[in-house]
Design a binder for this molecule. Structure first.
Ligand code: NAD
Length: 371
């Protein structure tokens, strides 16, 4: 596959920036654009910036996804609809013989997980999960430490995603009452790269709606997961808070070492620290001079765009796979479901007052669409 022709569904802020970024790669053209709100086709995102219609005058514009899928000529579908409705577009795209790139979380329900899994099993095309945090430089460094045995076995891991999104409620209404623990992929994705087993049990608690007090809101949710081989993961996600700190923190405690990436605090930048008893002389924590950007792209124009370069890396790796004739996506559906389904079970656990629940995946013989 030499030429990549794109159609995008979902033209919110994320859809527009991902479309522009994808189109900046050589050999990539924009064939079609779909959104329920046609005003977004012609609206500038920022003063002085051309609209999507001005920037891609040869693209065809649609309000109806089914019509775009039936009429437009493209080979890659990019899914950037709200977080609770990705799977239906991925399934339709794969069934129509398109390659698909989908933002995260991968599914909203266990039924969607089963349907998407079954569809992908029978598809000749690839589904790439757009889990951009998996591409951060410090996550690559964590994996490297782990693969080289410097951490031993990770036994306790934690992550926090603390993002007050109230300023986005106007343009993205689905963010207003979304249970934050469902948005667990930014946190679990990187951690699961160094955990061999799947997360198998969860108990989760919610603070409820104590800040704005609106029905169905959860200011902060915190979950404990564990695997069959006694790995414990703690995850806290908040979308309504006054923390004002950086968004993403991670810690990994292993049998032979330690890794942390602590998000920005006030004027203090984010920092990464490693300790290992396997590395000669490393008796104290050593600061790593690496954060989100990936050193291999340091001299690539435009590669720092989008979440510290992670969005660029996603497309770079996926496009290389498409052009190399690879059958397995760089971040595949199994990885997408490993980082998404624990959040669905966690949300249900919180609704049941923290009850411990078993987690199952479509590749388990006893997977059920009921919890
Ligand atoms: N990975 C990241 O770092 C990151 C960052 C921001 C957002 N996101 C994800 O990107 C996605 C989009 O986020 P956003 O902030 O742009 O959301 P948004 O709500 O601003 O935009 C979503 C768009 O999808 C459109 N849409 C909804 N249903 C549709 C349909 N049936 N057919 C056509 N268009 C439809 C809406 O009209 C809207 O314009 C979400 O899943 C979000 O979680 C990921």
């Amino acid at each position: 596959m030499k030429d990549i022709t794109i159609a995008v569904v979902g033209l919110g802020s994320r859809g527009r920036s991902m479309l522009r970024l994808a189109a900046s790669f050589p050999g990539v053209t924009v064939a079609a654009v779909c959104d329920l709100q046609p005003k977004l086709w012609s609206e500038s995102q920022r003063a002085g910036q051309p609209s999507i219609r001005e920037e891609f005058p040869n693209a065809k514009f649609y309000e109806d996804f089914a019509v775009m899928l039936a009429q437009a000529d493209f080979n890659l579908l990019i899914v950037e609809t709200p977080a609770h409705c990705h799977a239906e577009f991925c399934i339709a795209g794969l069934k129509a013989g398109k390659h698909v790139f989908s933002d995260i979380p991968t599914v909203r329900t266990l039924q969607e997980a089963r349907d998407l899994w079954d569809t992908q099993l029978h598809a000749d095309t690839m589904l790439m999960i757009g889990a951009n945090p998996n591409e951060w430089g410090f996550v690559e460094a964590l994996c490297d430490f782990w693969k080289q045995g410097l951490l031993g076995k990770p036994t306790y891991l934690e992550a926090e995603y603390i993002h007050d999104v109230r300023h986005l409620w106007g343009v993205s209404p689905w963010r207003r009452t979304r249970m934050p623990i469902l948005y667990c992929t930014h946190s679990l994705g990187p951690l699961l790269r160094v955990i061999e087993g799947d997360l198998r049990k969860v108990s989760c608690l919610s603070t409820g709606a104590q800040i704005c007090g609106e029905a169905n809101q959860h200011d902060l949710m915190t979950a404990h997961f564990h695997t069959d081989d006694s790995v414990v993961v703690r995850l806290t996600v908040s979308s309504i808070n006054y923390a004002g700190c950086g968004l993403h923190s991670y810690r990994v405690m292993g049998t032979a070492g330690y890794f942390e990436r602590l998000a920005e605090r006030g004027k203090s930048p984010a920092r990464c620290v490693i300790r290992s008893e396997k590395l000669y002389g490393l008796k104290q924590g050593a600061e790593l001079v690496i954060d989100k950007p990936r050193p291999e792209y340091a001299n690539t124009p435009g590669a720092q765009a989008g979440h510290g370069g992670a969005d660029y890396a996603l497309f770079d790796h996926f496009f290389a796979a498409l052009r190399g004739g690879v059958k397995k996506a760089p971040i595949n559906l199994r990885e997408g479901l490993r980082m998404t389904l624990p959040g669905i079970y966690a949300a249900e656990s919180a609704l049941r007052g923290g009850a411990e629940l078993d987690i199952r995946y479509p590749w388990d013989p006893d997977f059920s669409t009921e919890i």
